[in-house]
Write a protein that binds this ligand. Structure first.
Ligand code: HEC
Ligand code: HEC
Ligand code: HEC
Ligand code: HEC
Ligand code: HEC
Length: 371
C-alpha cells in the first residue's frame, strides 16, 4: 500500500511537471541572486516592456510577430505567433518571459543558417525533471532539475540569436559575429564572475557565479570599456585613434548610432569642431546603418532592398584624421563619444520623438592638452 501511494505521488508530480513551463520566477526560489540580476537585464525585456522593440514590431505588422524567434523564443505557440494566427498575450508566461532562463539553459546546439542561426533545444524526457545545461564543474543535485556540464554550451549559447540577421531580400540587418566565431569571449565580458555562490544552499561553498546582468550599452560604467580613444595633434593635423576592444563591431543594432563630437579650443574659445549642426556631417566619426528600398531611403530595414553600415569591425584600430588650424602650445582637444539608442529618423518613424531614446548619451569623454 505504501509503495502504491509513492508511485501515485511520483506519477502525479511528473505529469504535473511535464505540462508546466518552469518560468523565470520559479528559478528565484533557489537562484535568488541570479534571478535579481537577470530581471534588470535586456534579456528579461521583450514585446511587453521594451517600447522601442514593440513600436518597431507593430509598425512592421500588427498581425504577424516574427520577431518572436529571438525576442519571445519560449512562446508555447511560437509558430502561430510568427504566422499571425495568434498574438502576444500578456497573461502568458511563455510570452512575457522574453529570453528566458529555461530557454537559454536548454540550448543544446546551434545550427548555422543563411538568414539567421537556429537554436536547437534539448529534447526533455517525458515524465522526468528537465535537464539544464551550464558550465559548473560537477554541479550539485536538486529536486527541480538535473544539471549537465556541457563544454559545447559556452561555445554556442549566444550564437543562435546574436550572430547575424538578414531580411527577406538578403539585406543584412545586423552582423555581430563571424561564421566560426564562438561565444566564449561574449561570456567573458558580458557575464563576469560576481561574488557569491550559484544557488541559495551552495553546498560546495562556491565563491563566485557568472553575472546575469548582461550589461551592455545602457550601463554607464560598462559602456566606457568598449572603445579606447587616443588623441594626437601636430601642425594642422589632428588624429583620433579608435581601438575597438570588443569581439563584435561597434554598431550591431540598426536603430542605434554612435558618433564623435570633437572640439579644439584655444584660451577657452573654440577654434574648430568636427561638425556644426548634425553629427552626420562628419562621415568618419558617425557610425550607423543606412537602408534603401528600391533606391529610396527607408528607416526600418524589414523590407529594405539595400543596406550599408559605417562601422568599426571587431578588434579594429582606426585613425581618423582631421585638418585643423595650426596647433599651438596650450590648445585643448576634447573628444566626446555618444550613443543614440534610437536615431532621430528611427524614433520619428515609430512616434517616439522627444523620448529619452533619442537623447544622445555620453559613452566616454577624453581630453588632451598640447604641450
Ligand atoms: C535572429 C534573431 C532576431 C530576430 C529574428 C529579431 N531580432 Fe531584434 N534583436 C536581436 C538581438 C540579438 C538583439 C540585441 C542586439 C543589440 O541590442 O544590439 C536585438 C535587439 C533589437 C532591438 C533593440 C532593442 C533596444 O531597446 O535597444 C530592436 C528595436 C529589435 N531588436 C527589433 C526587432 C524587430 C522589430 C524584429 C522583428 C521584425 C526583430 N528585432 C527580430 C535578435 C533578433
Ligand atoms: C529547488 C532549487 C532549485 C530550483 C527551483 C532551480 N535550481 Fe538550478 N540549481 C540548483 C542547485 C542546488 C544547483 C547546483 C549548484 C551547484 O552545484 O553549486 C543548480 C544548478 C543550476 C545550473 C548549473 C548547471 C551546470 O551544469 O552548470 C543551472 C544552469 C540552473 N541551475 C538553472 C536553473 C534554472 C533556469 C531554473 C529555473 C527554471 C532553476 N535552475 C531552478 C537548484 C535549483
Ligand atoms: C572585450 C569585452 C567584450 C566582448 C569580448 C564582447 N562584448 Fe559585447 N559589448 C561590450 C561593451 C563594453 C559594450 C557596450 C559598449 C558599446 O556597445 O559600444 C558591448 C555591447 C554589446 C551589445 C550592444 C551593442 C550596441 O549596438 O549597442 C551587444 C548586443 C553585445 N555587446 C553582445 C556581445 C556578443 C554576442 C559578444 C560575443 C561575440 C560580445 N558582446 C563580446 C564588451 C564586449
Ligand atoms: C542569455 C542566456 C542565459 C539566460 C537568459 C540565463 N542564463 Fe544562466 N547562464 C548562462 C551561461 C552562458 C552560463 C555559464 C556562464 C559561465 O560559465 O561563465 C550561465 C550560468 C548559470 C548558472 C551557473 C552559475 C555559474 O556561475 O556558472 C546558473 C545557476 C544559472 N545560469 C541560472 C540562470 C537563471 C536562474 C536564469 C534566469 C533568472 C538564467 N540563468 C538565465 C546563460 C544564460
Ligand atoms: C534567444 C535569443 C538570445 C540568446 C540565446 C542570447 N541573447 Fe542576448 N539578447 C537577445 C535579445 C532579443 C536582446 C534584446 C532585448 C531587448 O532589448 O529588447 C538581447 C540583448 C543582449 C544584450 C544587451 C545589449 C545592449 O543593447 O546593450 C547583451 C549584452 C546580450 N544580449 C548578451 C548575450 C550573451 C552574452 C549571450 C550568450 C550567453 C546572449 N546574449 C544570448 C537575444 C538573445
Amino acid at each position: 500500500m505504501k509503495y502504491f501511494f509513492l508511485l501515485f505521488i511520483t506519477l502525479w508530480t511528473a505529469s504535473h511537471a511535464k505540462n508546466s513551463y518552469p518560468d523565470n520566477h520559479s528559478c528565484s526560489e533557489c537562484h535568488a541572486e541570479i534571478y535579481e540580476e537577470y530581471q534588470g537585464s535586456a534579456h528579461a525585456k521583450g514585446y511587453f516592456d521594451d517600447v522601442l522593440h514593440r513600436s518597431i514590431a507593430d509598425k512592421i505588422s500588427t498581425e504577424k510577430y516574427d520577431c518572436a524567434t529571438c525576442h519571445m523564443p519560449m512562446a508555447n505557440n511560437l509558430k502561430d505567433i510568427i504566422s499571425g494566427k495568434a498574438r502576444p498575450d500578456k497573461n502568458n508566461k511563455t510570452h512575457t518571459d522574453a529570453v528566458s532562463c529555461y530557454f537559454c539553459h536548454t540550448i543544446a546546439y546551434v545550427k548555422k543558417a543563411h538568414r539567421f542561426n537556429i537554436n536547437i533545444k534539448a529534447k526533455q524526457a517525458a515524465n522526468y525533471k528537465p535537464t539544464l545545461y551550464g558550465r559548473l564543474d560537477r554541479p550539485d543535485h536538486n529536486d527541480q532539475h538535473s544539471s549537465v556540464t556541457n563544454p559545447i554550451y559556452a561555445k554556442k549559447v549566444c550564437t543562435g540569436c546574436h550572430a547575424h540577421k538578414l531580411n527577406e531580400n538578403n539585406v543584412t540587418i545586423f552582423r555581430a559575429m563571424q561564421e566560426n566565431q564562438d561565444s566564449e569571449s561574449c561570456i567573458a565580458c558580458h557575464m563576469p564572475e560576481l561574488n557569491g555562490g550559484a544557488d541559495k544552499i551552495n553546498k560546495r561553498a562556491r565563491l563566485h557565479h557568472a553575472s546575469h546582468r548582461f550589461l551592455g550599452i545602457r550601463d554607464k560604467a560598462f559602456r566606457k570599456k568598449g572603445v579606447n580613444i587616443t588623441i594626437a595633434a601636430e601642425d594642422n593635423r589632428l588624429t583620433v585613434t579608435l581601438q575597438n576592444k570588443m569581439t563584435h563591431p561597434l554598431i550591431i543594432q540598426s536603430a542605434r548610432a554612435k558618433y564623435l563630437r570633437i572640439t579644439l579650443r584655444r584660451a577657452g574659445k573654440m577654434v574648430w569642431d568636427n561638425y556644426s549642426q548634425d553629427p552626420r556631417e562628419d562621415k568618419q566619426g558617425y557610425f550607423g546603418y543606412h537602408f534603401k528600398k528600391n533606391g529610396e531611403p527607408i528607416v526600418i530595414p524589414y523590407h529594405a532592398t539595400w543596406g550599408e553600415v559605417h562601422n568599426l569591425a571587431a578588434k579594429e584600430i582606426r585613425d581618423l584624421t582631421y585638418t585643423v588650424p595650426e596647433i599651438q602650445k596650450g590648445d585643448t582637444v576634447e573628444v566626446d563619444f555618444y550613443v543614440q539608442l534610437a536615431k532621430d529618423d528611427c524614433a520619428k518613424a515609430v512616434n517616439l520623438e522627444g523620448t529619452d531614446l533619442m537623447k544622445p548619451e555620453l559613452i566616454k569623454r577624453v581630453g588632451y592638452t598640447i604641450k
